[in-house]
Design a protein around this ligand. Structure first.
Ligand code: SF4
Length: 485
């Protein structure tokens, strides 16, 4: 059997680890280690290694029936009118995202990346929120503060943090679950971050922005970085979230919650999602499914099969991510291009733009101009201006619930894959307080329903039930629950 070998990046998170994909004649593929990849030196986490099982090709459909791509594109052209809303969270190339921006613009709309924190926080902060610091800077920091769990959320950061420790850094983790590599695991009131963490200009703060992130928490962390002079890096769950944010930065956008609210109140009747599965991304899956059911037209342009494609009126199936031509910008702002030459998505959108000649070349030039570079060289991170910003008045929402079911996030979570983690985690005190017995699953109840699920004892914060997979009775990233056996 013949093989086509693609140089590409893992689509699992914004680290964008380099890899090879070996595609066989029958369309199945294996991955291979790309040892000269600057970002990850060939190493991959479990998600990257299991990519062949995690990525399933999409199929073009109209009203549930399989059709040729060209027929789906025709249906797409007929269905999109003025008033459509557009979403692209950053699971595709900058060029494809820009093509969608052109289409949206032609309909008097914008493409929403769904990252509500960007809409809620002033533009002077956007470069700092968008582009992080070089991963090498983690290795040379004196102090590293984690507001994420690198093992679960961004696994290839672990080796960088360990290298930092080897070079003398101390590591403090502030989160729901103790991080074993940290010298210190703390629960700190955001009002005391500055005094308790004692950071300076040799420190690096690592946090996350995802579509459900409370903007006030981002503001607190931006204030902390400003006051201490520490470098700050916001990881993102989507491979090209940084590139798509850079492309969309001058547009007034909506959060995903706003989009769902506008579908529910009838002001959005047509929704176009580019490689953005709101059913997988948003924590309250039931509420999202209900809202999507109210649309006149749900149009999905996607490179992989996922839950939203099953309920869409029109599915335009593009080539898999590793086959796409175009640019990806990772969390540190590094631009990378793979060897893929596919432009199915751009061509499909191009049909609605009157099929301009050399559309890919035009979009690619625009991407390079945005990045301020003449060509992509993955060894050199483009220079980004990060303007000074003022201190913000921030009041993060206090999670005032006695027992909270909390989503941990991570590549499997954001891609709607259950993997092997069909259990929740809680500490020993929770077991005792709720009379749980070894070997007997726990019953977790919220206002929306209940699940019976296996559990594992971990060093999780008091009152927290941590989950790596979506459970049907949740209302957000944090849900008030009771636990019993
Ligand atoms: S760390 Fe992220 S980009 Fe790297 S292999 Fe894992 S999921 Fe993929």
């Amino acid at each position: 059997m013949n093989e086509n070998i693609f140089t590409t990046v893992c689509p699992g998170c914004s680290i964008a680890c380099g890899m090879y994909v070996r595609e066989k004649d029958d369309g199945t593929f294996n991955i291979d280690w790309r040892k000269d990849a600057v970002v990850n030196a060939g190493k991959l986490c479990r998600f990257g290694v299991r990519l062949p099982a995690n990525l399933k090709a999409a199929v073009s459909k109209v009203d549930g029936n399989e059709v040729e791509l060209s027929d789906a594109v025709t249906a797409l052209g007929n269905a999109i009118g003025d008033g459509a809303a557009f979403v692209s969270v950053g699971n595709t190339t900058c060029e494809e995202h820009l093509a969608l921006m052109k289409l949206a613009e032609s309909k008097g709309a914008v493409v929403n990346t769904g990252m509500g924190a960007f809409s809620a926080i002033s533009a002077e902060c956007h470069s700092t929120m968008g582009v992080g610091v070089p991963l090498d800077a983690i290795e040379s920091a004196k102090k590293i503060v984690l507001f994420i769990d690198p093992y679960e959320q961004y696994p290839l950061l672990v080796r960088r943090i360990l290298a930092g420790k080897k070079n003398g850094a101390t590591v403090t983790a502030v989160g729901w679950k103790a991080v074993s590599l940290a010298d210190d695991n703390k629960t700190i009131d955001p009002a005391n971050y500055e005094s308790e963490l004692a950071l300076d200009s040799d420190s690096v703060i690592i946090a996350e922005i995802n579509p459900s992130t409370d903007p006030e928490r981002v503001m607190v962390l931006l204030n902390l970085a400003k006051a201490s002079g520490a470098a700050i890096m916001f990881m993102k769950p989507f491979v090209n979230a940084v590139g798509c944010d850079l492309a969309s930065k001058k547009t007034e956008q909506k959060s995903l919650d706003q989009i769902i609210a506008e579908i529910n109140d009838g002001s959005i009747k047509t929704l176009v999602c580019l490689d953005s599965d709101l059913i997988e991304i948003m924590p309250d899956e039931t509420a999202v499914r209900e809202a999507l059911g109210k649309l006149d037209n749900l149009i999905v342009i996607t490179s992989r099969a996922s839950a939203i494609a099953d309920v869409a009126n029109i599915v335009v199936a593009t080539e898999p991510f590793y086959k796409k031509a175009g640019t990806v910008v990772n969390a540190e702002g590094r631009a990378v291009v793979g060897s893929g030459e596919g432009t199915d998505g751009i061509d499909a959108i191009g049909v609605m733009l009157g099929q301009p000649a050399d559309l890919f070349a035009e979009l690619n030039s625009a991407v390079l101009a945005t990045l301020g570079i003449d060509a992509v060289d993955e060894r050199v991170i483009p220079v980004y201006e990060k303007p000074e910003y003022g201190v913000m008045d921030a009041n993060p929402t206090a999670e005032e619930v006695e027992t909270a079911l909390v989503y941990a996030g991570g590549p499997f979570f954001w891609n709607g894959i259950v993997d092997d983690n069909d259990f929740v985690e809680m500490n020993l005190d929770m077991l005792t307080a709720n009379s749980l017995l070894k070997g007997i699953p726990a019953k977790i109840v919220s206002d929306k329903g209940e699940v019976v699920i296996k559990y594992k004892v971990s060093d999780v914060a008091p009152g927290v039930v941590l989950s790596n997979m979506k459970l049907p009775m949740t209302t957000g990233m944090v849900t008030s629950v009771t636990v019993s056996r």
